[in-house]
Every structure is written in structure tokens, then in C-alpha cells.
Design a protein around this ligand. Structure first.
Ligand SMILES: Nc1ncnc2c1ncn2[C@@H]1O[C@H](COP(=O)(O)OP(=O)(O)OP(=O)(O)O)[C@@H](O)[C@H]1O
Ligand SMILES: [Mg+2]
Length: 347
């Protein structure tokens, strides 16, 4: 065994999901060791770090004047490279003990649409945080591995990852991505659609955290049997005064449908660009969905209805990318993969 292989077998592999909403770190043998919002709070002017992750999210839209809380990644791209670097370093250093003599190998799942410059910035930050080697992989490949798709097989598999900023749909066969499409529509866009609807129809201005709560509690992509209602608080768009209001699930679904339809169209386009043999495999095995957006009630059902292809929701949709990034090396080395995700279909 060469020195490099010896290092590889002893050192820890870290899989990181650098998401626009949430960042997760998976360690082989330990599981998910960090799961925090991708938010940073800094001091205005000096850019000194005040808080990162969960603590910083609590400060979003509620900060005193001298502190700014921001999401350094937006729409699946790096909006602020300096803050992204600070955030990655903070997260990695939080899980890697300082006195470690064996530095970790790090695999990071990033949106397929990031530029080479952004990718280099991510790699650089991970090295600065103490990585021994850094590899960046497409988030949908990581999601596929993490969802338990046997990507090493010479057969077509489709993964549809709906994150906060982007939706990525890929067809994977023999460890490679055959077709990939990505759009900048995801959970954030759903929240914005809800905020626009409440303002335009009810003259009420609500914050994005209220919109997200509405989406998770009563949001639905398929017509529901029972209509649910939730009371919200916001500011009247005309008087500016705080006011309470009751919102129901039917109007929330109507507000969400234009964004949802964009995702459905993208899935259809990906299927139509897939070579026939691989498409036949997908029809048989189904489309696997991951990412927090896939948890929107009724969305897997709607995609199945619109495409005529069965849809399976991954077991841990929010964790797939980090798990898959952490298992990347062992998966790429293996000849056969675990066939677990399709079991639920009983085909
Ligand atoms: N139960 C739920 N129902 C609907 N949406 C949900 C639910 N749980 C989480 N979400 C949404 O999922 C999104 C976050 O998903 P995820 O963590 O996969 O995104 P991300 O990986 O950070 O983003 P990206 O992949 O675009 O970089 C948020 O918009 C959140 O509101
Ligand atoms: Mg993601």
C-alpha cells in the first residue's frame, strides 16, 4: 500500500452539501454531524464575523443597524464569495478537531450551474479550512448516491433535486451524468410566490419566514381533500399597520402552481432529451426526488401524474447531497451499488 493509499484509509472523508438554504456535513461512520442554515451575520463596515448558521438565521431581518445577516449563496450561485469562504471555513472547523494530524478529504456538492471561478473559490476555502484534498461534484450526482440510487449500473436513473435556489434534474448511468437540466426555481421561489400573492390579493406584506411557514404547513401541489386554514400576521400594504389575516390552502396552491409548473416542464424536457434505452429504464424504475422542495405536499404525486412515470421520494430528502458527497469515493471505486431506493416501488 502506497503512502497516499495509507493516508486515504485512515483519514476521514467529509461530504459537504453547500446549499443556498442549508449546509450539511456528513462524516463516514458518523453520519450527519452538522446541519445549519447557510446564513452569516457580520459587522457592518468591518465585515467581522458575528454569527454563522442557526444563530445567524435568527438574526435575518431582525438585526440592529451595525450587524448584517445575509445568505451568501442565492439562487444556487455564490452571491458573496468572501462571506461564503468565511462560512465554509467556520463549518468545517466546527467539525474537524484542530489537533488532527490526518487532514480530511473533502467532497463538496455544488449546483451544476456554478462558474469555474466560483468553484475555485469554494475549493480554496475548503483548503484554507484544513482539507488535505478537495473535490467538487455536481449536487445531483451527490443526491443520487445519497438517495441510494445504484449509479454504477449501466442503466438509466433519474434524480430530481429541488433545493432552495435551484432544481436540478439529471439522468445518470454508469457513474456519469448523461443529461442534466437546472433551473433557478426552488423553495425560495415558492416563498416569494406566496409573498406576492398575499400582497397583491390581500394587501398584506409578510416576511419570508412567514411565507415559508405557510408553504410547509398548508402548501400543496395537488388539490387537497380538506381545506386547511392558518392565521398569519403582517403589515397592511396601505396603512403600514400590523394586521392578522386567515389564509387557506386553496389560495396557497394557486399561488404556487406557476412555479411548480416550471419544474414539471423541466422534468418533461429532461425525459424527452433522454436516449430511448435509458428513458425506458426510468419508466420502469421511476424518478427519485430529493431536496427540501420535494417535501412540498402532493408534489411527487403531481410529477408522477404529469409525466406518467412513477416517482419515489428519497428517504432523507434534505440529507441526500451531503450523504452522497461523503460516500463519493467509495461509490466510484465500487463495482456494484446498493439497490435500496427502488424497493418501495415493488416493481
Ligand atoms: N416540508 C417541507 N415542505 C415544503 N418545503 C420544504 C419543506 N421542508 C423544507 N422545505 C424547503 O426546502 C428548501 C431547502 O431545501 P434544501 O435544504 O434541499 O435546499 P439547499 O440545498 O440549501 O438549496 P440548493 O440545493 O438550491 O442550493 C427551502 O426552500 C425550504 O423551505
Ligand atoms: Mg441542495
Amino acid at each position: 500500500m502506497g503512502l497516499k493509499n495509507l493516508f486515504d484509509s485512515f483519514s476521514q472523508d467529509l461530504g459537504i452539501d453547500l446549499g443556498t438554504c442549508n449546509s450539511l456535513i456528513y462524516v463516514r461512520g458518523k453520519g450527519i454531524v452538522l446541519n445549519e442554515p447557510s446564513v452569516v451575520a457580520v459587522e457592518r463596515g468591518t465585515n467581522r464575523l458575528v454569527a454563522v448558521g442557526t444563530e445567524a438565521k435568527g438574526m435575518l431581518s431582525r438585526t440592529p443597524r451595525d450587524i448584517i445577516a445575509k445568505r451568501p449563496l442565492r439562487d444556487g450561485v455564490i452571491a458573496d464569495p468572501d462571506l461564503t469562504e468565511k462560512m465554509i471555513k467556520y463549518f468545517i472547523q466546527k467539525v474537524v478537531p484542530k489537533n488532527w494530524f490526518l487532514k480530511p478529504r473533502i467532497v463538496i456538492g455544488v449546483p451544476s450551474c456554478i462558474t469555474k471561478v466560483e468553484e475555485n473559490a469554494v475549493i480554496d476555502s475548503a483548503y484554507k479550512a484544513g482539507a488535505r484534498s478537495v473535490k467538487v461534484i455536481a449536487e445531483s450526482l451527490a443526491a443520487a448516491i445519497g438517495a441510494g440510487i445504484p449509479i454504477v449500473e449501466p442503466a438509466g436513473h433519474m434524480i430530481c433535486d429541488i433545493g432552495g435556489g435551484t432544481t436540478e434534474i439529471s439522468v445518470i448511468s454508469l457513474k456519469g451524468m448523461v443529461v442534466t437540466r437546472a433551473i433557478r426555481v426552488g423553495g425560495d421561489e415558492f416563498d416569494e410566490a406566496i409573498m406576492r400573492h398575499i400582497k397583491n390579493v390581500h394587501n398584506l406584506i409578510i416576511g419570508d419566514q412567514t411565507a415559508e411557514r405557510l408553504k410547509i404547513e398548508i402548501g400543496n401541489a395537488s388539490p387537497e381533500r380538506t381545506i386547511e386554514k392558518v392565521e398569519i400576521k403582517g403589515n397592511d400594504a396601505i396603512t403600514g399597520l400590523p394586521r392578522r389575516f386567515e389564509v387557506d390552502s386553496v389560495e396557497i396552491r394557486e399561488a404556487l402552481m406557476p412555479s411548480i409548473n416550471l419544474i414539471v416542464e423541466e422534468v418533461k424536457k429532461t425525459l424527452s432529451e433522454t436516449p430511448p434505452e435509458l428513458a425506458a429504464d426510468i419508466v420502469e424504475r421511476g424518478i427519485v426526488m430529493s431536496g427540501g422542495g420535494a417535501l412540498l405536499k402532493g408534489l411527487p404525486k403531481l410529477i408522477a401524474k404529469e409525466t406518467g412515470v412513477p416517482v419515489i421520494l428519497a428517504e432523507k430528502p434534505l440529507e441526500c447531497v451531503a450523504i452522497g458527497a461523503g460516500k463519493y469515493f467509495e461509490t466510484m471505486k465500487s463495482r456494484e451499488g446498493a439497490d435500496s431506493v427502488y424497493e418501495s416501488l415493488n416493481l
